[in-house]
Design a protein around this ligand. Structure first.
Ligand SMILES: O=P(O)(O)OC[C@H]1O[C@](O)(CO)[C@@H](O)[C@@H]1O
Length: 528
């Protein structure tokens, strides 16, 4: 296409939200009018599905749940007055708590102020808070946040070591919707132990954000923790940033949570419009469908040109891949759906993998996120008449152009600034796009059966470890690994047993492997 035709296409397809100052440009996706017309019936259905979902239909049939994250930023939309009231009250409770922590009305036992937060959670109970902290936390926040988002012993040690004596002024948020996920449970137990070792009363530092009556909620109640905030069963982990999961840590860091909710609400209003060209989330879903042929045939590379948005791609990775990555569609047909998402930030990635994007396997489409304001205040010139921000803008436009010239499509989202409203709006934009796309391809965006399978498999391994150790305890002589597997009634699991033993051996857990480590089948095992 020559440049004048492209300029016209840019203007024809440009979406602009005046209230948010947000632009969406899908002109560099090479669909044509025939393709758009062919998708119209699917969009009609997607818009109708969304109306039902917002009214409180069971939009997550497997788990028999309503899907209500849109109500969080517009409580009047909730299907019952009780739910509306609960949302409003939780928000007020969060603001009051953060305020009391900031003023010192709530303080650690022997100090006048909390200075730090350890946030323990995983998946949707970590990624939103991490993204928002990176994007919006002030340079000098009232409380500095640290995350434990794994069952990695050295990861936990590092956070605790960095805090050192500041543990005495550190608030602990334990975030888990289900209240039974092993990683945050392990993190909580280890952190609690660290407080006890310093003779600090953990309950006076601990806050639970979880579903009512979950295991975590019961522990928090029984131990009389400092505070408890409710997580609703109608909010999924990956869409929970605007529930207590995201709002408690954000408010404690001094982030304007009302502005974040307002930005999301404005975007929700815009993405409720049942008209493809005037609905930015529908335009995104259209572009995704076009690129991957409605089957996720192309990956989504997300490149925000702003350091503070670095974690957006990681955040979207869960939102999109956990929502869309499904084996079965809603009719039970095997479909293997999904869209793979990766990315870090521009222009940094220009010097990493953009070489492959420009010239290598054409198996992706890019999403470039542009922030129009370079910085607050004036910039110095790094060349005559040119600033670092001009360079960043040039790199973005140059990459977009270079990709297009080589038949690589891209979407560009532009926001005026990174602030609480625009971040709220970005989250809401992608939440809705995922919901609409899920309808287009007929999958349940709100369950995650594959993750449950992984969790069950991990539990089986831990059970196997127990059984194997029990057998070893009854033995006087060293055994081969296959003998041990037979005696544990798990002959089929010999390889897993070898790996469990190697792990225990490496960590001096009383298991001794003897023999040639390069030939696992030749090893013998005993308790040392
Ligand atoms: O908040 P929870 O219940 O600990 O779950 C954490 C994460 O685990 C999952 O259930 C599965 O990975 C996610 O959907 C969720 O965000």
């Amino acid at each position: 296409m020559d440049s004048r035709v492209l300029w016209q296409r840019y203007q024809d397809w440009l979406y602009f939200h005046p209230g948010l100052g947000l632009y969406l440009d899908i002109s560099r996706m090479r669909f044509d009018d025939g393709f758009v017309a062919s998708l119209q019936p699917k969009f009609d259905k997607a818009f109708a599905d969304m109306v039902e979902l917002e009214k409180g239909a069971i939009a997550n049939p497997d788990e028999n749940r309503m899907v209500g994250h849109y109500w969080l930023r517009n409580p009047d939309l909730a299907p019952t007055p009780e739910l509306t009231q609960e949302i409003v009250q939780t928000l007020e409770q969060i603001e009051a708590f953060a305020d009391q922590v900031h003023t010192g009305a709530i303080h650690p036992p022997k100090e006048c102020r909390f200075t730090d937060i350890i946030s323990i959670g995983i998946g949707g109970s970590a990624l939103g808070p991490q993204f928002v902290a990176q994007a919006l936390s002030p340079d000098l926040p009232p409380l500095q946040i640290h995350f434990i988002d794994n069952s990695d012993p050295t990861g936990i040690d590092r956070v605790l070591a960095q805090l050192g004596d500041k543990l005495a002024t550190t608030l602990v948020l334990v975030i888990s919707k289900s209240g039974g996920t092993p990683e945050p449970r392990n993190g909580m137990i280890e952190v609690k132990q660290a407080y006890t070792a310093k003779k600090l009363d953990f309950a006076k530092y601990a806050v639970a954000i979880t579903g009512q009556d979950s295991n975590l909620d019961q522990v928090a109640k029984a131990e009389n923790w400092l505070a408890r905030f409710s997580m609703y069963d109608w909010v999924g982990g990956r869409t929970s940033e605007m529930s207590a999961v995201g709002l408690v840590p954000a408010a404690l860091q001094g982030i304007d949570i009302r502005a974040m909710l307002d930005g999301a609400k404005e975007m929700d209003d815009a993405t409720r419009v049942p008209n493809l060209k005037n609905n930015p989330a529908a335009l995104l879903a259209l572009a995704w469908y076009f690129s991957g042929n409605g089957k996720g045939e192309k990956d989504m590379v997300v490149l925000p040109y702003k350091d503070s948005l670095l974690l957006f791609s990681r955040y979207l990775q869960q939102l999109i891949m956990e929502s869309l990555g499904k084996e079965k569609d809603l009719d039970g047909k095997t479909v293997f759906q999904g869209i793979a998402v990766y990315g870090n930030k521009g222009s940094t990635d220009q010097h990493a993998y953009v070489q492959q994007l420009r010239e290598g396997v054409p198996n992706f489409f890019a999403t470039l996120i542009e922030v129009l304001e370079d910085r607050q205040g004036k910039s110095v010139e790094v060349d005559p008449g040119v600033t670092t921000g001009d360079y960043l803008c040039g790199f973005l436009l140059g990459t977009r152009q270079a990709l297009y010239e080589n038949h690589r499509d891209s979407i560009t989202v532009s926001i005026p600034q990174v602030n609480a409203r625009t971040v709220g709006a970005l989250i809401a934009l992608y939440e809705r796009a995922v919901g609409l796309y899920a309808s287009l391809v007929n999958v349940n965006a709100y369950h995650q059966p594959g993750v449950e399978a992984g969790k069950k498999a991990a539990a089986v391994i831990l059970d196997l470890q127990k059984r194997v150790l029990e057998v070893l305890q009854t033995q006087k002589k060293a055994l081969s690994i296959s003998e041990l597997a037979d005696m544990s009634g798990a002959a089929e699991e010999v390889e897993a047993i070898y790996k469990i033993l190697r792990h225990l051996h490496t960590n001096n857990r009383g298991v001794v492997l003897t023999g040639d480590l390069a030939k696992p089948g030749s090893l013998t095992v005993s308790l040392g």
